[in-house]
Ligand binder design. Structure first.
Ligand SMILES: [Zn+2]
Length: 116
């Protein structure tokens, strides 16, 4: 496969991942009609969050991380995780854009030499 095509394909995938991340970041409310309470540990600070104590929690769901999503005790904790993922994707996107520019420059220089 052509290198530029490969980079374009990855850029498209990153755009989709960015969209998925935005849509997958949600504030959730515990159901209060459950007989049995359930709980989880915050992915960031390890604090235990229980459905019979808290009203809400935060969830970041993206398909490239296994499971039903990554759960957090607070918006502060989930924001840190969300921003880490976001920054990773944006950094990779910038890198690919730069590489494509370099590749384009390289090709046009090679073409100039060929035409001379
Ligand atoms: Zn937390």
């Amino acid at each position: 496969m052509d290198l530029d095509y490969q980079m374009m394909t990855e850029l498209t995938a990153i755009e989709l991942n960015l969209e998925e991340l935005k849509v997958g970041y949600k504030k959730k409310y515990f159901r209060k009609d459950l007989i049995k309470a359930w709980s989880f540990k915050c992915h960031r600070c390890d604090k235990k969050v229980s459905s019979n104590e808290a009203d809400e929690y935060f969830n970041v769901y993206v398909s490239w991380i296994e499971g039903l999503g990554t759960r957090f005790c607070s918006k502060d904790c989930s924001d840190i995780f969300y921003n880490e993922l976001l920054n990773e994707l944006l950094a990779r996107r910038d890198q690919l854009i730069k590489h494509r520019e370099l590749l384009g420059k390289f090709y046009s220089e090679a073409e100039q030499k060929f035409l001379r």
